[in-house]
Design a protein around this ligand. Structure first.
Ligand code: C2O
Ligand code: CU
Ligand code: CU
Length: 497
């Protein structure tokens, strides 16, 4: 029977029990009910109370390379009497924008004031494995630890979030994440006429009383999407711009599972950077930009609107093969762009060349990575498992692959499932070599050279990527739909010196 038919049948049953999540059998700490997080029925999509919108987009609080990130429960005041108990770094939700320079020494202390173990992963940055928030390196409740490393020679936008074993989706849903902007070298862009903003997009779902809605069974399969789209933690804020120049948006999709198909009607996007930093050249203008969970993009928007006009940054529907939940069906507003009434300013011309990206040479090692989902009936329960090479991540010390420092690897990643999965690798950025929509299609060489650490695979798709790990240690690779990661769609590349 087709998977969807099975699921529909069992979801329709009057006594559909909690799906025995993959990790439940392996590690009882994954049992959210046992942890005291009650699991009431999921509220219908679109049911969150609406916070008031329309406030100006706030500036990020910032922190440099030395400091403290205190993860703690807090109370988020949305206004209008709506309050949400949430978790944040140095605040009620999210964390400060970390402003670092390439080559700088980082010394950040995580103070864990949460009621459970946590840690910090510096998503996309090449830092020593011991400092990269491996789930083995948990910081227990009430403890602290320093993360010390040198900022790699990059110029890009990264982010930080917890990565505890089996608890990433929950902790990120509670509000733990923040952006990192690394400046390195000299910017190829003109100094004036560009307004730069870091936009970290998340989504949230609230219960009627304002509490964060717990994960539903459907969330554990499809990944949790909230009906409230937030930017920098704010609900539908207003960004005031001056007509004429460029708006440089540094975008992060920090949603657990929501794909963002961004559009600003009446405007086009020119991409200038990807996960790992600059592209080689300014890209041709496009009307939409797909940003999958974990991914970043650096784009320039020509501010062509008339003084006094408005436009709404929105996410258009994207169908990603969900098993249970409804697919997105309408544009979701994220932020309003309001043009000031002042006269348009001059738009500076853009350089032809932004950066050089050397192609990675032929690989020393080739590997195959297969993403799959399976469902079975075990002990009268429906078991859903998300796998990499037929295994789930149930042993933090197992090496699925062993590679060498400095060797070029080429991985062919296959999505043999019915759902999109955003593939992510720790420790090194990669270059996509080719993509293949399915075995029946030809391989399409990737013409856009870019450093990435997240790449989406549609159902049936295969692609090849190359990278070099320059530091030893255990490096994870996983689906960045956090619920899939927590349920085992994760594995380890052990890099030896
Ligand atoms: Cu942002 Cu292992 O992930
Ligand atoms: Cu990561
Ligand atoms: Cu996935």
């Amino acid at each position: 029977m087709h998977r969807r038919t099975v699921l529909t049948a069992c979801l329709a049953a009057p006594f559909f029990p909690l799906l025995a999540r993959a990790q439940g059998a392996v590690d009882s700490t994954m049992d959210h009910a046992a942890m005291g997080h009650a699991m009431p029925a999921a509220p219908a999509a679109g049911a969150s109370p609406r916070p008031p919108g329309g406030a100006p987009l706030a500036a990020w609080p910032t922190l440099g390379a030395r400091g403290e990130l205190r993860a703690a429960p807090g109370l988020l005041h949305w206004g209008g009497g709506l309050n949400t108990p949430s978790w944040g770094y140095n605040g009620a939700a999210l964390g400060p924008l970390l402003e670092w320079r390439a080559g700088e020494a980082v010394d950040m202390t995580l103070v864990n004031a949460l009621p459970e173990a946590s840690n910090i992963h510096w998503h996309g940055l090449e830092v020593p494995a011991s400092e990269d928030g491996h789930p083995r390196d948990a910081v227990e409740a009430g403890q602290r630890r320093a993360y010390r490393f040198t900022v790699p020679e990059v110029d890009g936008l990264f982010w930080y979030h917890p990565h505890p074993h089996g608890r990433t989706a929950f902790q990120v849903a509670m509000g733990l994440a923040g952006p990192i902007r690394v400046r390195g070298g000299r910017s190829p862009l003109p100094a004036d006429g560009i307004d730069e903003r870091v936009l970290m997009i998340t989504d949230q779902r609230l219960l009627a009383d304002g509490r964060i809605a717990p994960h539903s069974d459907a969330d554990w399969m499809d990944g949790r999407e909230g009906d409230l789209l937030l930017v920098n933690g704010q609900y539908q804020p207003v960004l005031s711009v001056r007509a004429g120049g460029w708006l440089r948006l540094r975008l992060i999709n920090a949603c657990a599972a929501r794909y963002l198909n961004l559009s600003l009607p009446g405007h086009v996007w020119r991409q200038i950077g990807a996960d790992g930093g600059w592209l080689e050249q300014v890209q041709a203008p496009v009307k939409q930009l797909l940003l999958v969970p974990g991914e970043r993009a650096d784009v320039l928007v020509a501010l062509d609107g008339a003084p006094g006009s408005r436009a709404v940054l929105q996410s258009l529907p994207y169908v990603r093969g969900k098993m249970v939940s409804a697919e997105q069906s309408r544009p979701e507003p994220i932020l309003s762009v309001h043009y000031q009434r002042t006269a348009a300013q001059a738009r500076p011309p853009l350089p032809r060349r932004l950066a050089d990206i050397a192609p990675l040479p032929a690989p020393a090692v080739r590997r195959e990575v297969v993403l799959s989902e399976t469902m079975s009936m075990e002990g009268g329960k429906h078991q859903m498992a998300f796998l990499i090479n037929d295994r789930r991540y149930d042993d933090m010390n197992r090496a699925d692959f062993t590679g060498k420092v400095g060797e070029v690897e080429e991985w062919t990643v296959h999505n043999r499932s019915d759902m999109d999965h955003p593939f992510h690798l720790h420790g090194a950025a990669f270059q996509v070599q080719w993509r293949q929509a399915s075995a029946q299609h030809p391989r399409t060489p990737e013409t856009l050279r870019a450093w990435r650490d997240v790449v989406n695979l549609k159902p049936g798709e295969s692609l090849a990527l190359r990278f070099v790990q320059r530091l030893p240690g255990d490096r994870l690779f996983h689906c960045h739909i956090l619920e899939h990661e927590d349920q085992g769609m994760m594995a380890t590349l052990r890099v030896v010196g």
